[in-house]
Design a protein around this ligand. Sequence first.
Ligand code: MRU
Length: 349
Amino acid sequence: MKTIEWIGDSAGHLRLLDQTALPLETKFIDCETTKDLFDAIRRLSVRGAPAIGVSAAYGVLLGLRDIAEGDRKSFDTTFFEVSDYLAESRPTAVNLFWALDRLKKLVKHESELSPLQMRERLLKEAIAIDTEDQEMCAAMGRFGAELIPEGAGVLTHCNTGSLATAGDGTALSVIFAAHEQGKNIHVYADETRPLLQGARLTAWELMQRNVPSTLICDSMAAWVMKQGKVQVIITGSDRIASNGDAANKIGTYGLSVLAKAHGIPFYVAAPSSTFDFEIESGEEIPIEQRDSKEITIGFGKQTAPDGMKTYNPAFDVAPAENITALITERGVIQPVTKQNIAALLNRES
Ligand code: MRU
């Protein structure tokens, strides 16, 4: 079952597995316009940093379906408008901007192509982004599984699997690889308040793959660690700054602090498309603020008095000094320093 699928030629459409309906229903949404995709990203029908990037790469084509007959100048104008519009859908995951920037560079570079040829070239690039993401997931799984001890209890947060990427996932790819190697692991999945990506999505993926696992409320993580049930913590990330500070689903910062307090290694698995070399530290990462209703009327049931004020940041930042290692498709970065990151990912530090 594919989370993201482009149907047809360069004038085709985008089919998404609607993640808001899981785990009760498996249904698909057909996005015919960029607005369809914009809304799907906003309401988290498609979510997870790499999956947002891949779907946006395809999604640009939705805004170019009628333009292929016109001149190249108006094609480019529409392309940049569509890209800028999709870039507004969610602010934290840098993979969105990374994918759109990659297409923008291509459009600037391939100025000789006709509108139709350019549209076909963009589809080819979106497919490449999709395929590369699948390969990066597999490579993270291979590198990361080596860090998981035999018989380990592995705690994870949010959803980082095949729903959140084009492949097997980031942190969950590592978990799946360790499980497939017969390491006898047991996963503790945080439910991940307020939108329950852990309970609805990670639990579903773990059960689909028969990985022994237990769902816990976020507030139980500290006690589960204290009881010695967790030997490794592994999460994904939505944006990693040059110094290794890593933004991820709200609650990740707390887990990184708890990991230190309990002497448990804390790993972050992320592809190179999640690194933002434009920023020095996590302080510069924009944190998405979401609707208060997600806290007060989650899933249709009111759980707070009318008029209660809320604060609902969707992400937080685990500081580099709390992260034992970063697992990327190119290898493991340990210790997490600006120099080590730059060296592995071939960037100037
Ligand atoms: O708000 P979401 O569900 O898009 O948040 C997703 C996460 O925080 C993931 O952990 C993250 O994207 C990294 S791994 C795919």
